[in-house]
Design a protein. Structure first.
Length: 146
């Protein structure tokens, strides 16, 4: 999972999303959420599951589906036209809703000619664990009901 976060950080995922959807997501806020707070939530969820705390199961499912299965969206993002200057191949710095977002890369396939979006190379890694966890949990439920 952290390998995926490193790829996203090195290739400007937060600012790329800002350019794509015209949202104020800076590199600092990306790091705060995914590199610092995310691992704390994952660790607390593991401890909660170990101690059989019900809310931990809900959070685990959120993690399996969100940062797990939904990573396939990385393969769709290069096809979406950015809200901010889609024909300009250069990184931009712009104020979005009062927040300055620097170095917003453009990964739009029609502009770059390359099929890539930040985090796409390693997006499959969290998907493997998310899909496997869902499979194991639903397989276990089927066995209990027979």
């Amino acid at each position: 999972m952290q390998i995926h976060i490193v790829e996203e950080y090195l290739t400007g995922f937060g600012p790329a999303m800002s350019r794509l959807f015209s949202i104020p997501w800076t590199e600092k806020s990306f790091l705060l959420v995914f590199a610092l707070v995310g691992p704390v939530i994952y660790t607390l969820t593991i401890l909660g599951l170990y101690k059989k705390i019900p809310i931990a199961g809900f959070i685990a499912w959120f993690i399996f589906i969100g940062p797990g299965v939904a990573e396939f969206t990385h393969f769709i993002f290069p096809l979406l036209e950015p809200d901010i200057d889609p024909s300009n191949i250069n990184s931009l710095t712009q104020n979005i809703n009062g927040t300055e977002v620097v170095n917003m890369p453009n990964y739009y396939y029609k502009t770059t000619g390359h099929y890539y979006f930040s985090g796409m190379y390693t997006a499959i890694l969290p998907m493997i664990f998310g899909i496997y966890a869902i499979y194991r949990l639903t397989k276990g439920d089927r066995l209990k009901t027979k």
